[in-house]
Design a binder for this molecule. Structure first.
Ligand code: ASP
Length: 123
C-alpha cells in the first residue's frame, strides 16, 4: 500500500465542517460569512471553496446570498454560491435555486460515491 492509498479517508458528514450563515438587517441589507477547517486529511496546500468568493459564499445585496458546504472542488467547479444567487436573480426561490445548483453538480459527476454538497440561500 502506498502512502497515497493510506490517505483516502471515508468522506462523510463527520469530517467536514463548513459553517455558513446569511443575515438580513432591519433595512433589508444582506451579509454572509463562511468558515471551515476544510476536509480532514486534505492534501497539503489544498484550497477549498470556503475562502473563494462565489464558490463557498456569495452575497448580492440586490438579490440575496448563498453559502456552500461539502466537497469544495465540486462547488468550485460550478461557482456554486454565485450560481445559487444568479438562479434567484432569474426568479427562482432560494430553495429551488439551491436544488438546481446541486443538480448541476450531480450532472457533472459520473461517480457520486462519497460526494456531499449542500447550499443555503436567502433573499
Ligand atoms: N467545503 C469545505 C472544503 O471543501 C469542506 C467542508 O464542508 O467543511 O474545504
Amino acid at each position: 500500500m502506498s502512502t497515497n492509498d493510506q490517505k483516502k479517508p471515508q468522506i462523510n458528514s463527520e469530517n467536514h465542517d463548513t459553517i455558513g450563515l446569511l443575515a438580513i438587517d432591519n433595512k433589508g441589507n444582506i451579509s454572509g460569512a463562511c468558515t471551515t477547517s476544510g476536509w480532514a486529511y486534505k492534501l497539503h496546500g489544498r484550497v477549498g471553496d470556503s475562502p473563494i468568493i462565489g464558490a463557498g459564499l456569495y452575497v448580492d445585496n440586490e438579490i440575496g446570498g448563498a453559502c456552500a458546504t461539502g466537497l469544495g472542488e465540486a462547488v468550485i467547479r460550478i461557482c456554486g454560491s454565485h450560481t445559487v444567487v444568479e438562479l434567484m436573480r432569474q426568479g427562482h426561490s432560494p430553495n429551488i435555486a439551491c436544488k438546481l445548483a446541486v443538480e448541476r453538480i450531480i450532472k457533472s459527476h459520473e461517480n457520486l460515491e462519497g460526494l456531499q454538497v449542500g447550499f443555503i440561500g436567502s433573499k
